[in-house]
Design a protein around this ligand. Structure first.
Ligand SMILES: [Zn+2]
Length: 113
């Protein structure tokens, strides 16, 4: 019984995370601070309920300062067959190996930002 409820809780947590990050995306060009707050809430819920933020959504924001990536606030470069994403708010750098099947998808996702 307890296990069942836990599963339901995590399901709800996941729904909220997706909702919050989508909202952050929507508002990032209107109110950047508010957008960051949404991301912060989403990551807190993820930690509390121990759910993984889907990979796709992880690419929407800097995992250090939690500001969503938006035009002119982040940089994407390909260097030595690696994708390098730099957050221009806190200069936190993330690298992805090219050739990874997910990277292709990553690049497509980033182009839409
Ligand atoms: Zn950052």
């Amino acid at each position: 019984m307890l296990k069942r409820e836990k599963e339901r809780e995590r399901e709800i947590a996941m729904e909220r995370i997706v909702y919050l990050i989508e909202r952050a995306e929507k508002f990032k060009n209107v109110d950047y601070e508010l957008a960051r707050r949404y991301v912060e809430l989403a990551t807190r819920i993820a930690m509390k309920y121990r759910v993984r933020i889907p990979k796709k959504f992880k690419l929407y924001f800097c995992k250090k300062c939690l500001y969503p990536y938006k035009a002119e606030r982040f940089r994407v470069r390909i260097y030595k067959s690696k994708v390098v994403i730099t957050c221009l708010n806190c200069m936190y750098i993330r690298r992805f190996q090219l050739g990874d099947r997910d990277v292709q998808r990553t690049r497509n996702d980033l182009q839409s930002i």
